[in-house]
Ligand binder design. Structure first.
Ligand code: PHE
Length: 338
């Protein structure tokens, strides 16, 4: 096992399986969001927590943050009715697990949670970020995450199309959640034609052109943006992709690392997810822990574009892949900590 520590607990209030995975604290306390999601079995939630916490180590390290990687999962079975009462009980239970780490892990929002949930978690642990601004927190991390992805898009477009301008480009956004929705707006404002899809059919009313979720990844476009859950880019799918560039906020987009080679072999530029999606982590951790101002933290979010440029340049110069170059950035930081 590559992880430092994993705690799994049956919640005493909720009866739900709670998982906190700490992948690494080499650079500092582990930080990563709290995911509430349905899984066929709680062990699938455990597998997700292991993958996601490792990705947080890479995300925080590549972004130059002095934080390690961790993640929490509240695993809902297929039949669980998540009433507001059960949700509150589970968040209080999870806060206790987080508190039991004594500061080695800090949680925040993720898929299935938001600032209001963090207020509940705060009742059983102080190690939690992104409370609403009215409660002294920085609120949702979605806005800086979307800005970071937008900068990654522009940096990628410079390398792939010779210009950072998105005007006239067709961009498919797969997943219109809190980050995908904001990103759609940025990209549309930049003059791109935006196509969106979501598993939630009610999002059809978003006002953008709609593509069916099962077709989204194969839709002809200049840029494909995975903005939902992970595991969407597989070896089987690579031959069917049509966008020459893929960049988005979804964590763990590749089913395994070899997919990065298959993408490169097809000439598709894939910007590593943990680089592109770091805006939320950068903003929250710099503001809430390091005490930086909004403007200072946002300028670090904008710098994600520079990181993307240097990763893509290095991949081209070394004949390697963006994933390999981004991971060597991570390795260099982790080696420096030893
Ligand atoms: N969940 C988001 C992410 O995966 C934001 C987050 C970062 C939350 C760091 C807590 C800590 O990046």
């Amino acid at each position: 096992m590559k992880h430092e520590e994993v705690r799994i607990r049956h919640g005493r209030r909720s009866g739900l399986p709670l998982i906190v995975a700490i992948h690494s604290t080499a650079l500092g306390p582990a930080a990563g969001g709290i995911r509430v999601r349905r899984y066929p079995d709680w062990r699938d939630g455990l597998a997700d927590a292991l993958r996601l916490s490792e990705a947080m180590t890479s995300k925080n390290a590549a972004a130059g943050l002095d934080f390690g990687g961790g993640k929490s999962v509240i695993a809902l079975g297929p039949d669980v009715d998540l009433t507001p009462e059960l949700r509150e009980a589970a968040l209080l239970d999870l806060g206790e697990v987080i508190e039991s780490f004594g500061g080695a892990y800090f949680g925040g929002p993720d898929v299935g949670t938001g600032p209001d949930d963090m207020v509940v978690v705060r009742r059983t642990t102080s190690r939690v970020f992104c409370l609403p601004e009215s409660q002294g927190g920085t609120g949702s991390s979605s806005a800086p995450t979307a800005v970071g992805v937008f900068e990654a898009l522009r940096a990628g477009a410079t390398r792939v199309f010779g210009s950072a301008s998105l005007s006239g480009r067709t961009v498919v956004i797969s997943g219109l959640g809190s980050v995908g929705g904001l990103l759609a707006r940025h990209v549309a404002e930049a003059g791109a034609r935006v196509l969106v899809s979501d598993v939630d059919d009610s999002k059809r009313s978003s006002g953008y052109e709609w593509v069916l979720p099962e077709k989204a990844l194969r839709t002809p476009a200049d840029i494909l943006v995975p903005a939902a859950v992970g595991g969407v880019l597989s070896a089987e799918l690579v031959p069917e992709l049509s966008a020459p560039m893929i960049v988005g906020p979804a964590n763990n987009q590749l089913t395994d690392e070899s997919v990065a080679d298959a993408l490169a072999a097809r000439g598709i530029v894939w910007v590593p997810d943990f680089v592109a999606s770091a805006g939320g982590a950068v903003y929250i951790l710099l503001r809430e822990i390091e005490g930086l101002s909004h403007a200072e933290a946002m300028s670090r979010v904008h710098a994600i574009g520079d990181t993307v440029s240097s990763v893509l340049d290095a991949a081209r110069a070394n004949g390697s892949t963006p994933l390999r170059e981004a991971l060597s950035l991570v390795d260099a930081r982790l080696a420096g900590s030893r």
